[in-house]
Design a protein around this ligand. Sequence first.
Ligand code: FES
Length: 140
Amino acid sequence: MQRREFLGSLTGPVVAACAVCLGACNKSSSGGSNGTSTATANFTLDLSTQLLTVGSSVAANGVLVARLTSGTAPSAFVAVQQACTHQGTSINFVSPSQGFLCPNHGAIFNTAGANTGGQSTAALKVYTVSVSGSTMTVSG
Ligand code: FES
């Protein structure tokens, strides 16, 4: 998906944030520290009360966990670092396009963590998800 297609699928406040960014930034205006994460994570989520609907997401311990599909298979979820690899802004999960968008300068990441558009070029750190009963464990 190209950046223009991705942005075209967005609505509401996300579009407003991107519109501001597109007028104010460009590829050469980086500076500051990047958000590359080397942090480790090991925490649990209760799937009987969290991530109940496809497209929902939860941020915890610097990790953004999102539900991609129904069911409780680990592949139904994705967990990535919450900090954008450009300058560390907290990214958002955008459904139904199922990607991650940084509201600061418009970096776009797919559900594998790869940068697919916008400011950043570095991939997001992806964490391991496992599920036992209604308990999800995020580690890595
Ligand atoms: S902080 Fe610049 S694109 Fe995310």
